[in-house]
Ligand binder design. Structure first.
Ligand code: ADP
Length: 260
């Protein structure tokens, strides 16, 4: 707590009163910590691909490039690490724009099922490669007011995670339903699940249950924090239900007509 003490003259001559102002700065401190942690974590995350790029190029220049096979193999790794760097910087910039509310919303009427179906196309190849089933269940046909590209970004993140964190031959189901004045979208998988004590933390920046697995699948650890921001900007909410080893469901609630 921060305090300010202001002396004021009382009614009687010689009488002195004090006004004591107490400020609760817990929230300010917390936000400061989130910010400094973010810079530390971001630098750390950026260093990993940079170190790899430096190491591989040095080894090549030291003579490894004479071997055509090794040259090709190292260049492929360097390309993958450059993409990583690219994804990371894009996600960091996206988060900082969202934080500063610099993201203009392009509000229009959206058909939810059509949006889900077109978003699913983005992960179809990966799902096919893993022989997975992708289903869409439309319990209600919904037209909602919102930003279509933002909605796609939210869905793409959740559906992509569902595919990434589920074993081969697994199943991902997206359900669309109306509940009161809200559109409720459930993205369910029967994948690896999330331990109960980590379920709150996955929306934090750079938090991953399994860092190696996330990295190998091209994850930056920022997807869900971006998703959470976007949903909050649309006046909605997101929650998660998961059982380790059985699967995960993300539940997104968006107001059907936010401004009414
Ligand atoms: P990442 O880029 O690592 O996927 P996200 O912010 O999208 O980052 O997700 C954070 C973490 O939450 C992931 O690293 C993973 O551990 C966990 N996670 C997200 N979605 C799922 C899911 N459908 N099943 C299991 N774990 C998940």
């Amino acid at each position: 707590v921060d305090a300010n003490i202001v002396p004021i003259d009382g009614k009687e001559p010689g009488e002195q009163n004090l006004i004591v102002l107490l400020y609760d700065i817990t929230e300010i401190r917390r936000l400061e910590k989130v910010r400094t942690d973010f810079v530390t974590n971001a630098s750390h995350e950026l260093k990993t691909p940079i170190t790899a790029l430096k190491g591989f190029s040095e080894t090549l220049l030291d003579g490894a490039m004479e071997d055509k096979e090794v040259l090709k193999q190292f260049l492929e790794i360097m390309l993958a690490e450059s993409s990583r760097l690219d994804f990371l910087v894009n996600d960091i910039l996206e988060l900082s724009k969202l934080e500063q509310k610099q993201v203009p919303m392009n509000i229009q009427e959206i058909n939810l099922t059509e949006t889900v179906l077109s978003t699913i196309q983005l992960v179809k190849q990966t799902a096919d490669n893993k022989q997975m089933k992708l289903n869409v269940i439309e319990e209600d046909n919904l037209l909602i007011t919102g930003d279509s590209s933002r909605l796609k970004q939210i869905l793409a993140n959740l559906i992509n995670n569902a595919v990434v964190y589920t074993q081969e031959k697994g199943k991902v189901t997206v359900t669309i339903k109306k509940e009161n004045d809200y559109a409720v979208i459930r993205v369910s998988d029967n994948g690896i699940g999330i331990p109960e004590d980590e379920q709150d933390r996955i929306f934090e920046r750079f938090y991953r249950v399994d860092k190696a697995r996330s990295r190998n699948s091209g994850g930056t650890g920022l997807g869900l924090s971006i998703v959470k921001y976007l949903i909050e900007n649309l006046n909605g909410s997101i929650s998660v239900e998961s059982k380790l080893g059985l699967g995960t469901t993300f539940i997104v609630k968006l107001p059907i007509h936010p401004n009414e």
